[in-house]
Design a protein around this ligand. Structure first.
Ligand SMILES: NC(=O)c1ccc[n+]([C@@H]2O[C@H](COP(=O)([O-])OP(=O)(O)OC[C@H]3O[C@@H](n4cnc5c(N)ncnc54)[C@H](OP(=O)(O)O)[C@@H]3O)[C@@H](O)[C@H]2O)c1
Length: 343
């Protein structure tokens, strides 16, 4: 077995970064045994604690316990930090993708692989970032950016190597759907949001979830990366949760139909994120609680439904761990029409 050692960097050490650190510690032996993959963490960065560069490897358990303090900022150290792979898990900024987009660009440009849970950079600059990664020989994967560890890109890579993907229709945001379900059952939306925040599932700023931006960003990623389109999140037609009539929600609940904020996109025409009353028997209607799911219409493989039941932040971290393993095995990027079209 070929052995591979990674010097890892963390951009962001919040819910996702910390869950990933715990998973790496817990699975260190398994990674070595099954994949010949070893690692040390040489860069830890957060907004408040600064960027800690330690070429000999940080004490990750100590950092989880007590944190750190550094006067350096991530943007200053990224050009020269001794890392082979950067985990990007800073908060989503859906309009500019920053600061994550700059982190990803800077890392890829110097040949440092990137695993991103942050969807902003991919939604706004996938074509450019794939191009930079290919030129620099860096890995670039982002399974967790769309639906935690629900296989979307890994599924397309492994199971759909030939033929086109024709349409996506999915429930890709837990918070908005949890809130819609709560209101439909006569509970308050605020109470449901508080619950999601305590579990680390809702974004730091839940407005991105509730106004449909989060799903808009995700549907753009699916359209651009897997269908080669050139959409931006601003192109997506969105209906925010606040615009959904609570009376209609309750009536649909009584009639046995689940209302979900559904994200949809095809090979042309607009993408949209809108509330849909799903009849029993519709695959997406079966998704309750925090569950996420996607229906993929394909050219050659019929229609494929995938779902993940009640994922938590540990599953986002797991998707990032799976991407690390993929890059360790030399699967640097998923095949994408964007890359085929990139000179
Ligand atoms: N939570 C989930 O279940 C989930 C699921 C899928 C994808 N994601 C994505 O994963 C990313 C992280 O989510 P999260 O829940 O972990 O967010 P979070 O708990 O708010 O953590 C964000 C981290 O980023 C740090 N940060 C902010 N600006 C920074 C900067 N300029 N330089 C360095 N670090 C910076 C923060 O620093 P401080 O700690 O000092 O504030 C914090 O450590 C987001 O893009 C989110 O959309 C999350």
């Amino acid at each position: 077995m070929e052995r591979r050692h990674f010097r890892l960097g963390f951009a962001g050490f919040g819910n996702v970064g910390r869950a990933l650190a715990r998973l790496l510690i817990a699975r260190r032996d398994e990674l070595a045994r099954r994949y010949g993959l070893s690692f040390e963490v040489t860069l830890l960065a957060s907004a408040r604690r600064g960027a800690w560069v330690e070429p000999r490897g940080v004490d990750l358990e100590g950092a989880l316990r007590s944190g750190w303090s550094s006067a350096s900022r991530l943007a200053e150290v990224l050009g020269a930090a001794p890392i082979d792979l950067l985990f990007e898990a800073t908060p989503l900024e859906p309009r500019t993708g920053e600061p994550a987009l700059s982190h990803v660009r800077a890392a890829l440009a110097r040949g440092v692989s990137v695993v991103s849970a942050n969807k902003g950079p991919i939604a706004l600059a996938a074509r450019e970032l794939f191009g930079i990664a290919r030129k620099a020989g860096a890995g670039f994967r982002f399974e967790s950016a769309v639906a935690d560890c629900l296989p979307v890109f890994n599924l397309a890579e492994a199971a759909l190597p030939v033929g086109r993907l024709l349409r996506f229709r999915g429930v890709l945001n837990s918070t908005s759907n949890h809130v819609l379900q709560a209101i439909a059952r006569g509970r308050s939306g605020e109470e449901a949001i508080g619950e999601m925040q305590r579990l680390g599932i809702a974004e730091a700023d839940p407005s991105h979830d509730l106004d449909g931006w989060d799903q808009a960003v995700k549907v753009v990623i699916l359209a651009n990366v897997l269908m080669g389109r050139d959409l931006t999140p601003a192109d997506v037609e969105r209906t925010p949760v606040a615009a959904v009539d609570p009376g209609w929600l309750r009536a649909e609940e009584v009639a046995g139909r689940a209302v979900h904020l559904v994200a949809e996109v095809g090979p042309d025409g607009p993408a949209c994120v809108h509330p849909v009353a799903l009849p029993p028997g519709d695959f997406l209607a079966s998704l309750r609680g925090f569950s996420l799911g996607l229906t993929i219409e394909t050219e050659l493989a019929a229609t494929i439904n995938v779902s993940i039941v009640e994922p938590h932040v540990e599953q986002t971290a797991y998707g990032m761990l799976a991407d690390l393993v993929a890059i360790g095995q030399g699967r640097m990027m998923i095949p994408t029409p964007l890359l085929q079209a990139t000179p």
